[in-house]
Design a protein. Sequence first.
Length: 131
Amino acid sequence: MAKKEMNVEETMETAKEVVMDKAEDVKAVAKETAKKVTRTAKKTAEEAKKATDAAAKAAKKEVKKLILKETYIQFAGQEYKESEILDKVEAAYKEAGHRVSSIKSIELYVKPEDGAAYYVINGKVSGKVDL
């Protein structure tokens, strides 16, 4: 009987080793899968942040445009819409050979008594448009 008991103990020990090896394999696979999921989650979070930032930037630009389109200048029975003046400034800038998309800032000086608006674009290019 001692032989049978030893075989059972050896079988149990072998089974234990096999189970432990398999557990280590499963643990390694789970660890690698967790790393992949973490990398994918980080990429998705970065992409979501970029999309959110882009949407916020576009919304901010749109709000600025909407605000400017509501401003009017009235003088001596005349009325000038600021957005129309800015459109004229952009057209003059484009006619001078520049790209409208290169505009970063516009300083606008409206002189209704002269019937003109003077501008400085990007702190460098200046000019005049008739109202």
